[in-house]
Design a protein around this ligand. Structure first.
Ligand SMILES: *Cc1c(COP(=O)(O)O)cnc(C)c1O
Length: 832
C-alpha cells in the first residue's frame, strides 16, 4: 500500500513538516503506518503514540534508523540529535485515525462493523470465513479493536477489498465516535451489551447508547443486527434492525455429537445440517449472528454448510492447555466482565469433558461500581449450577459474596481462598488427571502469568516458540533484502513443528506478505485462523480443487499433468484462481522442465480459469559454497525461462518471480527477485555454516524438559540399554532427563550429544531410551530434581544451537524441529 508523499500527508493530517524531511529517505515512497519501532520497515511512517507504559517519541530515532521515511510527532517535541524528518501534529493518535479514515474511503468497498461486550472476535472470524466464499475480504487481525487497533486494522486492508469486517471496542465514553469516523460502516452487528467498563459508563443503558454510536451514520438502506435486549430496542437506529431468528436463517435443531454439536439451520427455501466443534451455547449463538449477516450479503446455504463444516473456534482468547498427565487448563484471563465470565462458565460447563473435577479459579471482576456485589453473587451461583465442583478464589473485595452464593447452591462443595503466590501449589495439589480447570480474572492482576507458570510446571516437556524473535528475524531479512523484496513465510510441516495457526497469525501481524504451505488443508487452517494474506500451496493434490476456491489459495503448478487437472477442476466448479508456475532448473524434485515452461505458461494463460501470477524455482545446494557453480547454472536457466515467459505475456501482467529459500536469500542477492521464501531462517536457524557467517539471526525455539532423578553412581555401574556406558570414575553424578526418542530427541545422539543444565553443557551417556536419557552431571554438582534441561535452542539466556545438535545426531536441523512430538511436548508461545 502506498501513502501520499510527505507534503500531501501533511495536508491530509493537518500537520507541519519539520527537520530534514526532504532527505532521500523521506522523498522515497511512503509505504505503511507503523507504531512499533522494532517492526518498522523501510518507507514506513512511524507514529509516535503515547501509551500507558511507553512514549513513542523515545523511539523516533530508532524508527528512522530502521528505515522509516517520516515520523509523526506531537507539536513542540524536539529530537535530541540531528534534524529528523518529522511531521508535527496536535495528536499523533488522531493523525493515525485520520489516515485510516482516508484509506477506508479509498481502499474498501463496504464495511461491516462489529461491537459488543463479548464474542466480537468469534462473530468476526466466522463472518470473515463465510464472506470469503464470494468476496475479497479484509478483517481485523486478532482482536485489534481499540483506538489504535482499529486504524491499524483498516490500514492493513489491501486496495480494492470488497468487504471489510472490523471489530470496535471501547472502554470509555466518547471513544466510539472516533471509531465510527474511521470505519464509516455500511452494515453493523451489536453482539450484546454487558457490564464491561460499567464503572466508566454508569449504566447498561449508557453503555448501549455508546455502542450504538458506531452505527449512527449507517446509510438508510443498510442494516444492523441487534440482540434481543429491551435496552437496545429502546434506542433508535438510522437503518433496518435485524434480529437473529426473526426470519430465516433460523437454528432449528442442535444435537450433541461426540466432538461437538450437529446444527440444522433453516433458510428460506432449504435447510442444511453441519457439525461444529463446540458444545458451547454462547459460541453457537455467535455463529448464528455471523450466518445471519452472511446470508444477507448473499452467501448461499450450501456455502454456509461447506464453510462451517467442522468449524473450530480458532485461537480465541480462551487458551486450552492439556498437560501430559491429562489435566485440562482453560486460561481466559484476558477479560473478566460478567458476560465473559458467564460465557466461559457456560462453555466449560457444557463441554463434554471427563468425569474429573471441575475447578473454577476466579480472580473477581473489576470496574462494576454499585453492581459489584450483585454480579459476584450471580457468578458464584452460575459456577455452582454449571457443574463446577471446586471454587478457588483469589483476593477481591466482593469474593465473600461469590462464595456465599456458591454455597447456597452447593453447601458441601469446597471453596478455597488463596493468594496469587500460593495458586500454583494449591492447584497442583488439587488437580488430578481428568480434571478441568477454568482460570478467569482481570488481566492486570498477574493471573494470566500465574496460570501460565502453573501450567508450565505441569508440562515437563515444552517446545518454546519466541514470537518476538521470529518478528525480529523477519525485520533482519527485510533490511537484508530491501523494501522491494516481499517475504513469503514457509509454514509447511505445521510451521516447522511449532504450531501452524498461531504462528501464521503472528506472522500476519509482523507484516510478512505471503504464507506458503505444502497442502491445501494447511492452507485451510491458515484461513480459518483469520489470516488474509495470499497463501501459496506448494504441493497441491489435484483432487482438492474445491479447497482452492473455498479458501482462496494460490496453487503452485508443478507439472503439466497437474495444470490440466486443476483447469478441469476449476471449470467444473465454474471458478478461477491465481497460480504460480514452478520450473525445475536443477533441483530434481517438482516443477516443469525449462523446455516445457513456455508451453505450461501458455496453457495457464489461455485456460480462462487460471491467472498466471508468479514464476518460481527452487535451489538444491544454495547453502553450500562448493556447489555455487550448480546454483549459478540454476539461476541462469531460471532467468532465461522467466524472460521467455515474460516476452510472450502482456507487459502489465503482475508476475511475482521467486526462487530463494533461506540459504539463497542470504547468499545470492541475484536470486531474491520479487520475493524470498523463508522457512528455517524465520526460526533463527541457519541451513549451513556459510549462511551463518553471512547473517546473524535470533534463535526462536527451545526444546526443554527437566531432571527426573539425580543419583551418585559408583564405578562399574552400567548405564541404560545395552550397557554401552559404564561408570569409570570412583563416583559419578548422573541425571535422568524426562525426554527420549519418543519425544523427538534423536536416538543417534547417544554417546555424541550434550544438553544444558544450569548453563553448563553436560554429556549424554549411554543409549537414549524411549522416554528418558541419562546425562553426566559432574560439571554441575548443584543440579537437582526438577531443574530445567535444554535439549536444543535458546531459553533463559542459555543456548545450544540446533545446527550443532543436528550435526551430532547425523541429521539436519529441519528434521530435528519437525520431529519434536506434538502430542507429548507442549508448545508454549512467548513474546507476543
Ligand atoms: C521448504 C521450502 C522453502 C523454505 O526453505 P528454508 O530452507 O526452510 O528457508 C522454500 N521453498 C520451497 C519450495 C520449499 O520447499
Amino acid at each position: 500500500m502506498a501513502l501520499p508523499d510527505p507534503p500531501a500527508l501533511a495536508t491530509l493530517l493537518e500537520g507541519d513538516l519539520r527537520g530534514a524531511w526532504d532527505t532521500d529517505q523521506a522523498r522515497g515512497r511512503l509505504r505503511a503506518a507503523a507504531i512499533d519501532s522494532r517492526r518498522v520497515r523501510p518507507g514506513d511512517v512511524f507514529f509516535a503514540l503515547t501509551g500507558l507504559q511507553n512514549d513513542g517519541h523515545a523511539f523516533v530515532e530508532a524508527a528512522l534508523a530502521a528505515g522509516a521515511g517520516l515520523a509523526v510527532v506531537r507539536r513542540g517535541w524536539r529530537p535530541a540529535s540531528c534534524p529528523l524528518p518529522r511531521l508535527e501534529v496536535d495528536s499523533p493518535l488522531a493523525a493515525l485515525q485520520a489516515l485510516a479514515a482516508w484509506h477506508r474511503r479509498r481502499a474498501l468497498g463496504r464495511v461491516v462493523a462489529i461491537t459488543g461486550s463479548n464474542g466480537k472476535t468469534v462473530v468476526k472470524e466466522a463472518l470473515t470465513a463465510l464472506l470469503a466464499t464470494r468476496y475479497s475480504v479484509a478483517a481485523s487481525p486478532g482482536s485489534w479493536n481499540s483506538q489504535v487497533g482499529v486504524p491499524l486494522a483498516v490500514l492493513n486492508a489491501p486496495m480494492g477489498t470488497e468487504i471489510g469486517v472490523f471489530e470496535a471496542g471501547v472502554s470509555a465514553p466518547g471513544e466510539m465516535a472516533a471509531l465510527a469516523t474511521i470505519l464509516q460502516p455500511d452494515l453493523g452487528v451489536l453482539v450484546n451489551v454487558g457490564l464491561a467498563h460499567i464503572a466508566a459508563f454508569g449504566t447498561r443503558a449508557t453503555t448501549a447508547r455508546e455502542k450504538l454510536r458506531l452505527f449512527a451514520s449507517v446509510p438508510a438502506q443498510g442494516w444492523v443486527i441487534t440482540p434481543d435486549d429491551p435496552l437496545v430496542e429502546a434506542q433508535p437506529l438510522p437503518c433496518e434492525r435485524l434480529r437473529v431468528g426473526d426470519q430465516a436463517p433460523r437454528l432449528v435443531e442442535q444435537r450433541p455429537i461426540p466432538n461437538g454439536t450437529l446444527l440444522t439451520v433453516a433458510f428460506e427455501a432449504s435447510s442444511v445440517s453441519f457439525p461444529v466443534l463446540t458444545r458451547s451455547a454462547p459460541l453457537i449463538a455467535d455463529l448464528m449472528i455471523a450466518i445471519t449477516a452472511a446470508v444477507r450479503l448473499g452467501v448461499t446455504p450450501e456455502a454456509v454448510a461447506a464453510t462451517l463444516h467442522d468449524y473450530s473456534f480458532g485461537p480465541t482468547r480462551m487458551e486450552t492447555w492439556r498437560t501430559p498427565d491429562g489435566v485440562t487448563i482453560i486460561n481466559d484471563a484476558a477479560s473478566s466482565d460478567p458476560l465473559s465470565v458467564q460465557a466461559a462458565l457456560d462453555t466449560v460447563g457444557s463441554s463434554p469433558g471427563g468425569p474429573g473435577k471441575r475447578i473454577f479459579v476466579f480472580g473477581g471482576m473489576g470496574e462494576l461500581g454499585e453492581l459489584d456485589l450483585r454480579e459476584h453473587r450471580i457468578i458464584g451461583r452460575v459456577a455452582a449450577e454449571r457443574g463446577f465442583t471446586h471454587l478457588v478464589l483469589l483476593p477481591h473485595p466482593s469474593q465473600a459474596h461469590t462464595a456465599a452464593a456458591w454455597r447456597e447452591v452447593k453447601p458441601e462443595a469446597p471453596v478455597l481462598e488463596v493468594n496469587l503466590s500460593d495458586l500454583r501449589d494449591t492447584v497442583r495439589q488439587l488437580a488430578e488427571p481428568g480434571d478441568t480447570l477454568l482460570v478467569k480474572g482481570p488481566r492486570n492482576e498477574g493471573l494470566a502469568a500465574a496460570a501460565r507458570a502453573l501450567w508450565e510446571s505441569m508440562a515437563p516437556r515444552r517446545f518454546l516458540v519466541d514470537l518476538g524473535a521470529i518478528a525480529e528475524n523477519i525485520a533482519r531479512f527485510r533490511s537484508l533484502c530491501g523494501p522491494r523484496v516481499a517475504i513469503l513465510a514457509v509454514l509447511k510441516a505445521w510451521a516447522y513443528g511449532t504450531e501452524l495457526a498461531r504462528v501464521a497469525v503472528t506472522l500476519q501481524e509482523s507484516g510478512v506478505d505471503w504464507i506458503g504451505v505444502s497442502a491445501a488443508d494447511e492452507g485451510a487452517v491458515v484461513r480459518r485462523a483469520g489470516v488474509q494474506l495470499p497463501v501459496l500451496v506448494m504441493l497441491m493434490n489435484g483432487e482438492e480443487v474445491d479447497k482452492v476456491v473455498r479458501y482462496r489459495l494460490t496453487p503452485v503448478v508443478y507439472s503439466l499433468a497437474f495444470a490440466r487437472t486443476l483447469i478441469e477442476g476449476l471449470r467444473a466448479l465454474g471458478a478461477s484462481c491465481d497460480v504460480h508456475l514452478e520450473i525445475d532448473t536443477g533441483m530434481g524434485r517438482l516443477g516443469v522442465p525449462p523446455a516445457e515452461a513456455l508451453a505450461a505458461a501458455r496453457l495457464l494463460r489461455g485456460s480462462g480459469v487460471t491467472r498466471l501470477g508468479g514464476l518460481m524455482t527452487h535451489f538444491s545446494c544454495a547453502d553450500d559454497p562448493a556447489e555455487d557453480g550448480h546454483s549459478q547454472a540454476q539461476l541462469e536457466r531460471f532467468e532465461q525461462a522467466v524472460a521467455a515467459i515474460r516476452y510472450e505475456g502482456d507487459p502489465t501482467e503482475p508476475l511475482i518471480v521467486h526462487a530463494a529459500a533461506t540459504a539463497a536469500a542470504v547468499r545470492f542477492p541475484a536470486a531474491r527477485f520479487d520475493m524470498v521464501r523463508l522457512g528455517l531462517g524465520l526460526f533463527g536457524i541457519h541451513p549451513s555454516a556459510a549462511v551463518a557467517a553471512a547473517l546473524d539471526l535470533q534463535l526462536a525455539v527451545a526444546f526443554v524438559s527437566r531432571l527426573a532423578q539425580v543419583s551418585l553412581w559408583t564405578r562399574g555401574q552400567r548405564v541404560g540399554y545395552g550397557g554401552t556406558y559404564v561408570v569409570e570414575a570412583e563416583e559419578l553424578r548422573v541425571g535422568i532427563v524426562e525426554a527420549g526418542y519418543n519425544d523427538g530427541v534423536p536416538w543417534r545422539l547417544a554417546g555424541a550429544g550434550v544438553v544444558m543444565v544450569q548453563g553448563h553443557r553436560v554429556r549424554i551417556i549411554g543409549r537414549i531410551s524411549m522416554d528418558s536419557m541419562a546425562v553426566d552431571l559432574s560439571a554441575v554438582p548443584e543440579a537437582a530434581v526438577g531443574d530445567e534441561v535444554l535439549i536444543f535452542g535458546a531459553s533463559e539466556g542459555q543456548e545450544l544451537r540446533p545446527e550443532e545438535v543436528a550435526q551430532s545426531a547425523g541429521t539436519i536441523p529441519y528434521e530435528l524441529l519437525v520431529n519434536v512430538d506434538s502430542r507429548r511436548v507442549q508448545r508454549v508461545f512467548r513474546g507476543d
